[in-house]
Ligand binder design. Structure first.
Ligand code: SR1
Ligand code: MG
Length: 402
C-alpha cells in the first residue's frame, strides 16, 4: 500500500498493512496529539484489544510555521535511528520502536500515555525522585558510547557522516546562539523584561562567551548528542524516564545535552515565581530543583567516569590527569550551554513554564531572573568548579533579585 502522505484520514488503513502491529479484526481509532513545533504525532488505538501506538511523521516543512517554511524530512530518519541507537544502550530510557518507513517519513513507537511531559509536571510541582539516576545514566551512556573513547576512529567518522543534520543544526545555531544577541526581538519580551532582553545585544562580555560556545557547537564532534534534551523532550512518571524527539541529533559537544537538562530545570526554577505563589511552597520546590540539578551532574559524572575506567578504547586517554581535565571542561561547557538554553527561551520560542504565567508583571520578574541566571551560567562557567557552586550561585542571584 502506498500513500502520497499519511494523514489522520488514511493512517488506520496504512497501519493495518504493517505486519504484526494490530490484529486483523482491529477497530482502530486515531487522534492527532502533537503540540510541538516540528512534526505531526498521532495516537492510534484498537478499541477491541486495547493496544495502542504512536505514529510520528515529518512533513517537508516546519509544523509551527506551515508550508512556507520548508524543512528536510530526513529529520525523521535521524530521529528514529538515533532513538534506536540510544535504545541499544539504554532500553528502558527511550520508547520502543515498532516500525520505520522512511518512504512515508514516519515511524511507529510505543505509546507512553501513562507518562507526562516533564515540563508540565514540574510546572505543577511534581517530583521525580529517580529522574537524576535515569537522565544521568542516559547521558553518560549515549555520549560516552558514541564518542572516540568507544568507537574506532573510522567508525566514528562514518557515524558523523550518517548524522550530519545541517538543517536542524541551523535552527539551533540561530535560535540558541544568535537571535537573542543580534536580532531586535524586544517586542517578544514582556514589557517588564524588554529592557533586560534588549541589553543582551550590547552585553559584549556575554556575547564573547556565547560566541565561544557557538564555535564549540559548530565544530566540536565529541559524541552523538540528542541535541534538544529539554524537559519537553522527556516523558516521565515517578518511576520512569523516556527521552523522545531526537530530530536535532548530530555529532556535537557533549555539554550541550547536559546543559539542556540543567538549563531547563533552571528555567522552571525561575518560573515558580508564579507557579508557586506561597513563599514556603516556592522555597521548598526550588530546593528540590537545585538538589535535582546537583544529582543530575553527580550521576552523570559517576557513570561517565565508570565507563571511562572500565571501557576506554583510546590509548591517549590513559594520560595522567586527562580524564579529570576532560570532565572539568565538559562541566564548564555544560554550564555554558545550559545558560544559553535559559536565555534563548526568554523572548523567542518561549516555553510553557513562562507562557502559562497569567500575570505579566510576575512573568516579567521571572524572565528577568532567568536572564540573570543564564548570564551567570555562561560567564562564570569556568569559575564554578563544582555543581554545588552553581546551585549556590543560583540561590545568591535569586536572593539579590527579590
Ligand atoms: C522552530 S523550532 C523551535 C524549537 O523547538 C524545538 O524543541 C527546538 O528546541 C527548537 O529550537
Ligand atoms: Mg521537540
Amino acid at each position: 500500500m502506498s500513500f502520497e502522505t499519511i494523514h489522520e484520514g488514511n493512517i488506520r488503513a496504512y497501519l493495518m498493512t504493517v505486519p504484526g502491529l494490530f490484529p486483523a479484526n482491529a477497530r482502530l481509532q486515531v487522534t492527532e496529539i502533537g503540540d510541538g513545533n516540528i512534526n505531526f504525532v498521532y495516537k492510534v488505538w484498537d478499541d477491541k484489544s486495547g493496544q495502542s501506538v504512536i505514529v510520528k511523521q515529518a512533513k517537508p516543512y516546519l509544523r509551527s510555521s506551515g508550508k512556507d517554511r520548508s524543512l528536510t524530512t530526513d529529520r525523521i530518519r535521524i530521529e528514529s535511528e538515533v532513538m534506536a541507537i540510544e535504545g541499544s544502550f539504554c532500553p528502558d530510557l527511550v520508547p520502543k520502536i515498532y516500525h520505520q518507513d522512511m518512504g512515508q517519513s514516519l515511524f511507529v513507537m510505543e505509546d507512553l500515555s501513562d507518562h507526562e511531559i516533564m515540563r508540565k509536571g514540574l510546572i505543577k510541582r511534581k517530583r521525580y525522585p529517580l529522574f537524576p539516576e535515569h537522565i544521568g545514566t542516559f547521558m553518560a551512556h549515549t555520549l560516552y558510547k558514541t564518542s572516540d573513547f568507544t568507537l574506532e576512529a573510522k567508525a566514528k567518522k562514518a557515524m558523523q557522516a550518517r548524522f550530519i543534520n545541517p538543517e536542524m543544526c541551523e535552527i539551533t545555531e540561530k535560535l540558541v546562539f544568535t537571535v537573542p544577541y543580534y536580532d531586535d526581538q524586544t517586542t517578544r519580551y514582556m514589557p517588564g523584561s524588554a529592557q533586560a532582553g534588549a541589553a543582551l545585544r550590547s552585553n559584549e562580555p556575554l556575547k564573547k562567551e556565547v560566541a565561544k560556545l557557538k564555535e564549540a557547537f559548530l565544530t566540536s564532534a565529541q559524541a552523538l548528542i540528542h541535541g534538544d534534551l529539554h524537559t519537553g523532550s522527556l516523558f516521565v512518571t515517578e518511576n520512569s524516564t523516556k527521552a523522545i524527539d531526537q530530530e536535532f541529533a548530530y555529532y556535537g559537544p557533549m555539554g550541550f545535552d547536559v546543559g539542556a537538562v540543567i538549563g531547563n530545570l533552571v528555567l522552571n526554577y525561575a518560573a515558580h515565581e508564579y507557579h508557586s505563589p506561597d513563599p514556603a511552597q516556592r522555597e521548598d520546590f526550588r530546593t528540590y530543583l537545585l538538589e535535582t540539578i546537583e544529582a543530575v551532574w553527580q550521576v552523570f559524572e559517576r557513570e561517565f567516569t565508570r565507563l571511562w575506567k572500565e571501557h576506554n578504547q583510546e590509548v591517549t586517554a590513559q594520560a595522567e590527569g586527562y580524564r579529570e581535565d576532560y570532565l572539568a571542561r565538559l562541566f564548564a561547557d555544560s554550564m555554558g550551554f545550559g545558560g544559553c538554553k535559559v536565555i534563548r527561551r526568554i523572548g523567542r520560542a518561549p516555553v510553557e513554564d513562562f507562557t502559562s504565567i497569567a500575570d505579566p508583571k510576575i512573568r516579567a520578574k521571572a524572565e528577568r531572573l532567568a536572564l540573570k541566571l543564564g548570564e551567570a551560567m555562561v560567564r562564570e562557567r569556568h569559575d564554578f568548579g563544582t555543581i554545588e557552586a552553581v546551585t549556590h550561585r543560583i540561590r545568591e542571584i535569586q536572593a539579590e533579585a527579590e
